[in-house]
Design a protein around this ligand. Structure first.
Ligand code: GDP
Length: 526
């Protein structure tokens, strides 16, 4: 098949949500729908099985969250769907942000009872920054939630994006009757079923047709007609173009656990979601259809078996065809590497593959050559953009507890931070400061340092609340700043200077006093 055809049949996306909104349930229903799994419960069962096999993952199990981001691929109606799973827990937000750099679009799940939650806002901020097309799925309509019109207002206000409902719920909670598909004029009646996909829908030519009243009580039809009229009047018409450029989010209503509204969502998603197109590198923009292979690493996953310290790098193909056992150019190390056993993830299985195309995510066995953000090409000097680090919120200094193991500690800290577990900042030679978005990572780091590297450490809390990357607007002033603030300046993994702020107020003062210094919220700036 030609590369254009392979690209056109691929959809690579992530389902994101605040924990408990229904991301796992929706993922599972998609797999069920695609025939990739046979029974409901398989996705969760898989999580539990995995955790039972390793001590480290025991941490995850105890806290009931998913640390790992995995990939699930399946074919549906001739389309190759790659779902990148993301941890919902706040403490692993950085992992999720990085995964978002590898997708072409996103489905955002919102709980209709809770509305827009804290994590939803943060995730949407990352999507907005990258202009990622977003579809919103309002879940749990079988519960008494917020009024749908108010929910739409809340989405627009809190997520700062224009929305356009494409389906509309007919009542909700106990009275939930179904959804009306505004886009196609189909009526889908609600029948609670958690294990099968029901195909119970009725096609209507016109929402005003008396046919509607045959299926649902007149009190509900009246409300539905009024609602739909209101929507058509208030919201701009839906255009695929506005969705794809990230300025308009279509909204669907349903109930994931009951398989309801999933069909409308999946079908519209397949119709409108973008295939891989192009991606920005420092040097130029790379089109997916270019014949030569290029791609980047967005995640590194340590082997769960501590006796084998090898790792799996998750590699997203951006252009050309990736082939097994072929030499590729590692642009940071300037050396050629070849991979004898690249794997692809189909539903719950991992398979060896011979080749892969743009949009695909493959697992590369790595023994220390690959870092997050690394680019592989067929020889061209390229570095893909878009894996920025965001400022951590909690900072602690690493204190070695076993002086005989300082080499192991250094190595462990370096490797774990390369995996993206946390950010490492170095100060005055060998003082190590670790920055994270949540306390949980410190437990993970301590545990893994001890079990995988045989090193023991303590963490001493520091009073900083934010790290900002700094560059110069005025050389003299910049150098004076570095000198005067040296106790609160450190270097990140690329040896770029960062400034630790103890409070927003201190940051404001520094900005006012040093207009010659530019402060950046993320590590990537032009
Ligand atoms: P995640 O943390 O976002 O992955 O959320 P889960 O998919 O694990 O769902 C969280 C809880 O909400 C589970 O107990 C689900 O069974 C439940 N849930 C998911 N979808 C629905 C729904 O449509 N209606 C109701 N009532 N509960 C749901």
């Amino acid at each position: 098949m030609s590369i254009e055809k392979e690209i056109a049949k691929r959809r690579t996306f992530a389902i994101i949500s605040h924990p408990d909104a229904g991301k796992t349930t929706l993922t599972e229903k998609f797999l069920l729908f695609g025939g990739a799994i046979q029974t409901a419960g398989a996705v969760k069962q898989n999580k539990i099985r995995k955790t039972a096999t390793s001590d480290f993952m025991e941490i995850e199990k105890q806290r009931g969250i998913s640390v790992a981001t995995s990939v699930m691929g399946f074919e549906y109606n001739g389309i190759r769907i790659n779902i990148l799973d993301t941890p919902g827990h706040k403490d692993f937000a950085e992992d999720t942000y990085r995964t978002l750099t590898a997708v072409d679009s996103v489905i955002l799940v919102v709980d209709c009872v809770k509305g827009v939650e804290e994590q939803t806002e943060k995730l949407m901020e990352v999507c907005r920054m990258r202009k990622t097309p977003v579809i919103i799925f309002i879940n749990k309509m079988d519960r008494e939630g917020k009024n749908p019109v108010e929910l739409l207002d809340e989405l627009e206000e809190k997520l700062q994006i224009n929305v356009r409902p494409l389906t509309w719920p007919i009542s909700q909670g106990m009275n939930f009757k179904g959804v009306y598909n505004i886009y196609s004029g189909q009526l889908n009646l609600f029948e609670s079923d958690q294990t099968r996909i029901t195909e119970n829908f009725i096609e209507l030519q016109d929402i005003n047709s008396p046919e509607l009243d045959r299926w649902i009580p007149s009190s509900f039809t009246k409300q539905l007609r009024e609602d739909v009229e209101l929507i058509e009047g208030v919201y701009d018409p839906f255009t695929v173009e506005n969705y794809r450029n990230g300025s308009l989010a279509p909204v669907f209503f349903g109930s994931a656990v009951n398989n309801f509204g999933i069909r409308e969502l999946l079908h519209t998603f397949l119709d409108i979601a973008p295939s891989p197109s192009e991606r920005e590198a420092m040097q130029r923009s790379v089109k997916a259809s270019e014949p030569t292979m290029s791609g980047f690493v967005f995640k590194i996953h340590a082997n769960l078996d501590p006796n084998h310290r090898d790792r799996t790098a998750f590699f997203k193909i951006c252009s050309g065809t990736f082939q097994r056992n072929t030499f590729y150019f590692h642009t940071r190390l300037k050396k050629k590497l070849r991979f004898a056993s690249p794997t692809q993830f189909m539903a719950n299985e991992k398979n060896l593959i011979e080749d892969a195309w743009p949009g695909d995510v493959i697992g590369l066995y790595d023994n220390g050559n690959l870092k997050i953000g690394d680019t592989l090409t067929e020889g061209e000097e390229l570095q893909f953009r878009g894996i920025p680090s965001f400022s951590p919120e909690i900072f602690k200094e690493v204190i070695n507890r076993d002086p005989f193991k300082s080499k192991q500690l250094d190595k462990g800290v370096r490797q774990l931070t390369e995996e993206g577990v946390a950010q490492l900042f170095m100060q005055h030679g060998n003082r190590k400061i670790i920055g994270t978005v949540g306390e949980l990572q410190f437990d993970v780091i301590r545990f893994r340092l001890e079990h995988e590297y045989g090193a023991k450490c303590d963490f001493m809390p520091l009073r900083y609340c934010k790290a900002l990357w700094i560059t110069s607007r005025d050389k003299d002033q910049y150098e004076e700043f570095l000198r005067r603030k040296s106790p609160v300046i450190a270097l990140d993994k690329e040896e770029h200077p960062v400034f630790f702020a103890e409070s927003e107020w201190m940051l404001k003062v520094a900005m006012e006093n040093y207009p010659g210094v530019i402060f950046h919220e993320t590590s990537e700036f032009k």
